[in-house]
Design a protein around this ligand. Structure first.
Ligand code: ADP
Length: 521
């Protein structure tokens, strides 16, 4: 019926308030009824005890029961108790008089005698007052003690007969049953007195109570609605904000805007979980954006690097095609340059292929690699190129790690090549050592070092230092080395002090021989 959760919850509050009001009303009513029942029964019992003595005294005073009936009814009357006096005639009982307790307060008790209506309308309708019962009585009315009938005595004849007053009228809603009230007959030799608890007062009280409860109930319902609306609005606010944030996500806006919630309930937990997930998604998208940017930059850089030698080669090809140069010396210079540029292009393409391979996340089984051996191979390779004497190798044996041998060879080779290139006057130290956990390869030189502000950038692709002089390169060597080390589960760090030299340290988890694991890289 209610589509919004807030409205549904509010309706629940209102329903709970209504139930509470009904319970309170029922409890108060039940308590009042039971108190009334107890008090009515006590009054009835007490009056019942007084009946024999009262009848004896009044009959003695008035001469007979008929003459005494009014006084008996008057004297025995109590609030909430109807007293009817009967005379025994043969096997039957004839009604003589009854008190109407609902008119007892203030002015006295109204008494009706046989054949009369209650004298309720009479302002002077006081039992015991002159004329109360002095009017023309109905058949069998013995007449009151008073003299001539007053205005109170002029009630219309009671068409229903006196029996209307001798028994208790049933209470609404089976109150008789609830209150355990029964008329009580007290017999004496020539008649009886019937004591009936009277419901009129109680019914009036209950009606007044219920009537008062209508505005109170309405107020409670309205207050419950307003309060419920406020409370649910507050409680559901984080949920609403989370929904609108998710809608934003759905529309493609991944700006992290955490939803605030300090509550520890389920909604608070949901909000915290959402915030964590949103942060992850935002970070992932940020990462993807950065990676895309980097890739674009990489393609642009690679294109630029390849275009330069290609432009040179194309220029010379054009010259050769037009046969503009006939001197063999110039031609041979052109061929040399074209060859050098082609080599440069090939070198760049080789590095790009290595880099592409390193970025490939495909799974393949890692090999056990001895870094001491790798370092030795690298040193040997540089010796073959004539740089051997400058490379000082110190390697502990069994420097085993898990990785890819060619990639780790490329990494060490790039570090040594850089040291030889950028520190031409310095010896290059290659040290392989480790502890139980890791194997380290340090490549150290005492060259110019790297300025502090460049130290984080040198690992970026195509980054070349400002003070690299005219050293050959593409700015890919360190990027390749770092990625290769990372694929073996290690790190490549740099320590450098301008003027004192640089140390690149590879640190890779140690492996035992024969260990075989595969990782996603
Ligand atoms: P490349 O050597 O092709 O320029 P690298 O990625 O290998 O690219 O190195 C990036 C930059 O780091 C170099 O341009 C250079 O400025 C600096 N660099 C690397 N190794 C050293 C070193 N041993 N000494 C001083 N500078 C270095």
């Amino acid at each position: 019926m209610f589509r919004s959760l807030a409205t549904r919850l509010t309706a629940t509050y209102v329903f709970a308030a209504i139930v509470l009001v009904v319970i309170v009303i029922a409890a108060v009513t039940a308590f009042t009824l039971s108190m009334f029942g107890i008090s009515a029964r006590e009054t009835q019992a007490e009056v019942a005890r007084q009946v024999p003595e009262e009848v004896r005294l009044e009959v003695l005073r008035s001469g007979n029961l008929s003459a005494a009936a009014v006084d008996i009814a008057r004297h025995l009357a109590r609030p909430g108790l109807r007293v009817a006096v009967f005379e025994r005639v043969g096997l039957r009982h004839r009604f003589l008089a009854a008190s109407l307790p609902e008119r007892i307060e203030g002015a006295g008790t109204t008494v009706i005698t046989a054949g009369r209506s209650p004298l309720g309308n009479a302002p002077g309708g006081l039992l015991g007052g002159p004329g109360d019962l002095g009017g023309p009585g109905g058949p069998g009315a013995p007449g009151g003690p008073g003299g001539p009938g007053g205005p109170g005595g002029a009630g219309p004849p009671d068409p229903g007969g006196s029996h209307r007053y001798d028994r208790m009228e049933p209470y609404p809603f089976s109150l008789n049953f609830v209150l355990h009230l029964e008329p009580k007959d007290v017999y004496f030799p020539n008649g009886r007195v019937t004591l009936s608890p009277d419901p009129a007062e109680l019914i009036r009280a209950i009606n007044a109570f219920w009537f008062a409860m209508v505005p109170i109930g309405l107020f409670v319902v309205v207050a419950a609605w307003i309060l419920g609306r406020y409370i649910t609005g507050q409680a559901l606010r984080p949920l609403v904000e989370t929904t609108s944030s998710l809608n934003r996500f759905g529309a493609g806006d991944f700006t992290p805007r955490p939803v605030e919630s300090t509550s520890r309930d389920e909604i608070g937990e949901l909000v915290r979980a959402y915030n964590a997930a949103a942060a992850q998604v935002s970070a992932a998208f940020e990462e993807r954006r950065a990676a895309e940017l980097e890739m674009r930059q990489f393609i642009a850089d690679a294109g630029h690097e390849l275009r330069t030698p290609l432009t040179v080669i194309m220029g010379f090809v054009d010259v050769l095609r037009r046969r503009a140069l006939n001197e063999p010396a110039s031609s041979s210079k052109i061929y040399d340059t074209m060859l050098a540029e082609s080599r440069r292009m090939k070198a760049l393409i080789d590095k790009l292929i290595i880099l592409a391979r390193l970025e490939n996340p495909q799974q393949r089984e890692l090999e056990t690699v001895d870094l001491a051996q790798v370092a030795g191979n690298v040193a040997t390779a540089f010796q073959a190129l004539g740089s051997g004497p400058r490379v000082e190798l110190r390697a502990e044996s069994d420097a085993l790690v898990r990785g890819y041998e060619t990639e780790l060879h490329d990494a060490v080779s790039n570090l040594v090549e850089n040291a030889l290139k950028y520190a031409p006057e310095s010896p290059v130290g290659v040290r392989v050592y480790g502890d139980k956990e890791t194997v380290n390869v340090d490549v150290t030189d005492r060259g110019p070092g790297i300025p502090l502000e460049e130290q984080t950038q040198v690992f970026s692709r195509f980054y070349r230092g400002r003070d690299r002089a005219d050293a050959e390169g593409f700015g890919l060597g360190l990027a390749i080395a770092r990625r290769a080390v990372e694929r073996a589960g290690g790190t490549l760090t740099l320590w450098s002090e301008p003027g004192y030299g640089s140390r690149f340290s590879m640190c890779i988890p140690r492996a035992t021989r024969g260990e075989s694991i595969s990782v996603a890289v």
